[in-house]
Each structure stands twice: as structure tokens, then as C-alpha cells.
Design a protein. Structure first.
Length: 155
């Protein structure tokens, strides 16, 4: 039975995950992965972007705040993923920034982040440590930062 266009799924390419997700993630969805330090969130997000490029010809962006791009590339190389080569081919873009700058970028129509994603025609984006972006400053409503994040990513 054919799936309606509105239910199109993005396959992650991560072993076993697509089966658990009934074929993948619904296209256009934003997924938040939480877990303890060392649980594998960064590895999973990096693999999602890497597999997108290698298996599905979907370029991607990886945004990091705490892990340097060199460490991310080194750790990925240990798994057999050559992120630096994919960067040279302009199929992956790794952006190293601060959460404050990232929040500002999401709110700007002429965002450099969005421009960089557009240059490589990114179809996937992984934001490592996105929960920190969603933390409201001054104890405010947590929905506002989420709304800003969703709007920015949809652009």
C-alpha cells in the first residue's frame, strides 16, 4: 500500500532505527533526542547526517557548540566516516558556534547559517546540544525558544 505524500518518511540509515520508526522519520519533523552524557546522542546525530549523504544523496549540516569540529571529525573517522572529505566535497558543513549566536542566527532572515545550508542544498541538519538552545533565559516560557528554533529550521 502506498504511503500518502504527507506521510513520506526520511530513512535515517542507522542500523535498526528505521525499522523501529516504521520506515524512518516523517519528512519535515524535528526530533529532539535526550539522554545522559555518553549515551551516544552526538554519534547518532552525526550518523544521521553522514548516512544521509552517503546512502541517500542528502547533504547535511552539523552544528556543534561544545565539541570542536576537529574532535567530531576524529571521532567519526574512528567509525569509518570521513567527514572532512565530505566537507571538501561540499556535501557536509560543520558549523562551530555558540548557543547565543545560533539563537540570533535562527531569528534573522539573512542568516549565515541558513545561507551555508542553502549553499550545499542541505536536506538534514543535526544540532548537537540543542537542549541548551531551548533553555529559556531568566526562567521564562520554554515554548518561545522552541518556536524560534522550529521557525528557523523550517526556513
Amino acid at each position: 500500500m502506498a504511503m500518502p505524500a504527507s506521510a513520506e518518511r526520511v530513512r535515517t540509515g542507522i542500523a535498526g532505527l528505521d525499522a523501529i520508526l516504521s520506515g524512518g522519520i516523517p519528512r519535515g519533523n524535528i526530533i529532539l533526542i535526550e539522554g545522559a552524557i555518553g549515551a551516544g546522542k552526538t554519534t547518532m546525530g552525526t550518523e544521521f547526517v553522514y548516512r544521509g549523504v552517503k546512502e541517500f544523496a542528502e547533504p547535511g549540516v552539523i552544528v556543534v557548540f561544545e565539541v570542536s569540529p576537529d574532535k567530531l571529525a576524529r571521532d567519526a573517522a574512528g567509525l569509518g566516516w570521513d567527514l572532512r572529505e565530505l566537507e571538501r566535497q561540499q556535501r557536509i558543513k560543520i558549523i562551530y558556534t555558540t548557543r547565543d549566536i545560533f539563537r540570533q542566527e535562527l531569528q534573522q532572515a539573512d542568516s549565515l547559517l541558513i545561507e551555508e545550508a542553502s549553499k550545499i542544498r542541505a536536506k538534514r541538519i543535526f544540532i548537537d546540544g540543542a537542549a541548551g538552545v531551548l533553555s529559556p533565559g531568566g526562567g521564562g516560557d520554554a515554548r518561545e525558544p522552541l518556536h524560534i528554533l522550529v521557525q528557523g529550521l523550517q526556513r
